[in-house]
Design a protein around this ligand. Structure first.
Ligand SMILES: *Cc1c(COP(=O)(O)O)cnc(C)c1O
Length: 337
């Protein structure tokens, strides 16, 4: 929401006073794999969800840059005004990272705001082994990152970072309430950050990551990420070894997506009948695990793909035995299906 509002303000500064009536049709771009908050922001801010152009992704869930550029040109030819691209670093379902560097080139060429939704994948930046996943992120105009996800800060702790040094946040959001934001105070008024935000009263959420960082140190944060991703890798390797388990794809991050194929379906040829039957398996196993109270592992369909499990690994406390348990338990709960 902040990113869309800032990007729009940079493109049409008069909108703050005039509202939407004099604005052109503004169009933003994001991959079809992006988080639903992008279209929600477009709806709430009056951009309109129809003006969020969904760019196709490749089979690994990454935006296709040539398709992005085509749609930017096509929006221009319709007389619309492109103003922003959202790149996702760590998509919700597949954990895919859009190629930020290539997208940044396109944004520079067309003078578009580049926002990186790194809510999920941003944690990789604390790891020297994994930060390459976000190569090019320094070129973004804004970045959203949730330390309450992979780093496990207390809910909620969401960071929004802006590259601008010309007080854009201030100009875009300020209401200059004279009873709060007096300019003739005895101290440096740049510490009064309240007028930059949309909310008035606000919790000091930033302290959660600040305190955690102080207490654990950069090294431990890095190890948390490395450990979680090593555990994810272990689970993926186990899935490949075990009969009846099948990975959707090699994971790029901590999202391990896989099917469990019960023994009764293992001899079916790969075709519509198998996938129709497989589609019904994950919901039943999920129901059984919840009623038994042994675990909670999410499932979903995705595009043409039948229901599959999506195991997300973040806790530094999980072990290989826990990963083995997940697979054993799924087999035990589903082997009669
Ligand atoms: C979780 C998530 C969000 C939403 O963040 P909230 O802080 O829960 O609103 C946005 N984008 C991505 C990619 C996410 O994974």
């Amino acid at each position: 929401m902040y990113a869309v509002n800032l990007a729009r303000y940079r493109c049409c500064p008069n909108i703050k006073e005039n509202g939407l009536s004099t604005a052109p049709r503004l169009v933003m771009f994001t991959s079809q794999e992006c988080h639903y908050s992008i279209s929600k922001a477009a709806a709430l801010l009056g951009i309109g969800t129809k003006n969020v152009y969904a760019i196709p992704s490749d089979e690994r869930g990454k935006i296709i840059p040539s398709a992005l550029e085509e749609q930017i040109l096509s929006a221009k030819s319709e007389g619309a005004v492109p103003f922003m691209v959202n790149a996702t670093a760590g998509t919700t379902v597949l954990g895919a990272f859009d190629p930020i560097d290539v997208i940044a080139d396109i944004c520079e060429k067309h003078n578009l705001w580049l926002h990186v939704d790194a809510c999920w994948g941003g944690a990789a930046l604390v790891s020297s082994r994994h930060k390459h996943l976000l190569k090019g992120i320094h070129r973004a105009d804004s970045v959203a990152w949730n330390p309450h996800k992979m780093l496990m800060a207390c809910l909620q702790c969401s960071a929004f970072m802006v590259r601008d040094k010309t007080s854009l946040l201030q100009r875009c959001h300020s209401a200059r309430a004279s009873y709060l934001f007096q300019q003739d105070k005895f101290y440096d008024v740049s510490y009064d950050t309240g007028d930059k935000s949309v909310q008035c009263s606000r919790k000091p959420d930033a302290f959660k990551i600040w305190l955690m960082w102080k207490a654990l140190g950069s090294r431990e944060l890095e190890q948390r990420v490395d450990r979680a991703l090593a555990m994810a890798r272990y689970l993926a390797e186990e899935i490949k070894k075990r009969e009846g388990f099948r990975l959707l794809m090699e994971p790029e991050y901590a999202n391990i997506c896989f099917w469990y194929i019960p023994p009764s379906l293992r001899n079916l040829p790969d075709g519509p009948e198998l996938w129709e039957k497989l589609h019904k398996v994950a919901p039943v196993i999920k129901e059984r695990m919840m009623k038994k109270g042994s675990m909670m592992v999410g499932y979903q369909p995705h595009g043409e793909k039948a229901n599959f499990f999506r195991m997300i690994i973040i806790s530094p406390q999980v072990s290989r035995q826990d990963m083995d348990f997940v697979l054993d338990e799924i087999h035990n709960l589903g082997k009669d299906l």
